[in-house]
Design a protein around this ligand. Structure first.
Ligand code: SF4
Length: 473
């Protein structure tokens, strides 16, 4: 079966034609970008040095991932947690539903778990009679909107307007429609509080796993994470095997990077470090803690040309700054992770042939590479994926023939110059004297959404030859 990510081009076309979505995206476009710029400017140290430190921590972990996982497992077990491993989404579902059934759980409150999205966990829980309730406000909005998937890893309802959310709340809560944001959040809080108090199980992700203490660090802005992880008697953490950091001190370094890069905050509203089960005399906390460490394609990246991607700390900066994401939104990417990080991760996790368009859903402008707090060379990884597609014969026949013809021509400079002149003449003919081409003759797709600039002045070859003649720099 083809994954939804297969159809990026079709989805992107639909999103461009969706006027309401375009209005919502335009309003939200600069929010996180401006906030990050201000936070980085206000940082009272060398932010580039901080990025290097973050990269170093993540690289050191990946060099000995198996050893750090063993350390984490040993320390977490010593504090009463049960550490389990899941190969894939199916196994996540099997483990979590099994835990729920063993503890007689009928309702689970959830916070911040992209991995449960990878696994399709909500459907699996529902199938065994467990009601999953999303408690991050954005996730909750998406859940009451017929389980629409999130469109951003930090702000799941990023693509929705306040008016749309007001309609949803009125429908789902059966109360008078409100459009005042504090009133709306109060209403959601009242509804969610009932769920927190009646749930038998809490399910959360984990931003980082701290090997030296066997702890799980959870970074949230709404406080619901604390309710999910401390009120129910059973807590299940689902997180990727790559989320390990060696020491608490390393967490401090990464916490200087994560909120500044993602939302432009100096520090998130809540940073919880969860260690083991409720101890004697503790007033809250779960009696049963399960930590499920998930592979789902991650282990195969260790030692590969894509290992750098495992440094990702899921801050969202790459998508916030991506001109493609900003224009089409997250749903166009068709799977859990949108933006440049998704364009790399989705083909790696779901198969190269299942996400053919995604490595091409980027202009390679390198904005993502510039803002990534752990210096993941996203454009280079996208380029490698494109190369892999070509090597695997996955690109369309016309494209392959075209590229071969171009390579043949590029090795014959005289012929290449002649061909360039002919193309320029053809483009000028299409432009009919204007400075824009409205319909690009043999490649009309290029001008389906915008005009193409007509050639201006001389070609690159002509300019280069002139500079060499005149000795201009
Ligand atoms: S790839 Fe980099 S910028 Fe994008 S989410 Fe991951 S850490 Fe953040």
């Amino acid at each position: 079966m083809r994954s939804q990510a297969m159809y990026f081009k079709v989805r992107a076309g639909d999103k461009l034609a969706d006027r309401l979505l375009q209005q919502n995206l335009a309003k939200a476009r600069s929010k996180f970008v401006d906030a990050r710029a201000a936070a980085v400017a206000a940082y009272d140290g060398d932010f580039e040095a901080l990025r290097s430190a973050g990269q170093g921590i993540r690289d050191r972990v990946l060099e000995n991932l198996d050893l750090w996982l063993e350390t984490f497992e040993e320390r977490a077990r010593a504090r009463g947690a049960e550490v389990l491993y899941a190969r894939d989404g199916e196994e996540i579902c099997r483990l979590v539903t099994g835990i729920a059934q063993r503890h007689g759980v009928t309702k689970a409150v959830k916070s911040k778990s992209m991995l449960s999205e990878e696994a399709g966990l909500n459907a699996a829980l529902t199938a065994v009679g467990v009601q999953p309730v999303e408690t991050d406000l954005g996730e909750y909005i998406q859940q009451i909107d017929d389980n629409e998937p999130p469109s951003h890893i930090l702000a799941p309802a990023f693509h929705k307007s306040r008016e749309q959310v007001a309609d949803l709340f009125a429908r789902a809560h059966g109360k008078p429609r409100k459009t005042d944001i504090p009133e709306m959040t109060r209403e959601a809080r009242e509804v969610l509080r009932e769920h927190f108090l009646s749930a038998g199980m809490g399910i959360s992700g984990g931003n980082f796993l701290i090997a030296e203490t066997g702890s799980v660090a959870l970074v949230t802005n709404e406080g619901n994470g604390r309710m999910v992880t401390t009120l129910p008697d059973v807590h299940v953490v689902i997180t990727g095997i790559e989320k390990i950091v060696p020491r608490l001190e390393d967490l401090a370094t990464l916490m200087r990077l994560l909120p500044r890069s993602g939302t432009g905050q100096d520090i998130s509203n809540y940073v919880s470090v969860l260690t083991g089960v409720k101890g004697e005399g503790d007033r809250d906390g779960p009696s049963h803690l399960y930590v499920i460490l998930v592979d789902n394609g991650r282990a195969s990246l260790v030692g590969s040309e894509f290992q750098d991607m495992l440094r990702c700390i899921r801050c969202g900066a790459c998508m916030n700054h991506c001109p493609v994401y900003q224009t089409v939104g997250g749903h166009a990417y068709g799977w859990v992770y949108p933006g440049p990080m998704g364009a790399v991760l989705t083909p790696l996790f779901t198969g190269l042939g299942n996400a053919l368009d995604l490595p091409h859903a980027a202009t390679l402008c390198n904005q993502c590479g510039v803002v990534c707090p752990v210096r993941i060379p996203l454009p280079e990884l996208l380029r490698r994926l494109r190369q892999r597609q070509v090597e695997a014969g996955l690109r369309p026949r016309g494209e392959r023939i075209g590229m071969r013809a171009w390579a043949w021509l590029a090795r014959r400079p005289r012929l290449y110059r002649l061909a360039t002149r002919l193309v320029v003449r053809y483009l000028n003919w299409l432009a009919e004297g204007a400075d824009r081409i409205r319909v690009m003759g043999v490649a009309p797709e290029w001008t389906a959404e915008r005009d193409f600039p007509a050639p201006q002045g001389r070609t690159f070859h002509e300019l280069y030859a002139q500079r060499r003649r005149t000795g201009e720099e």
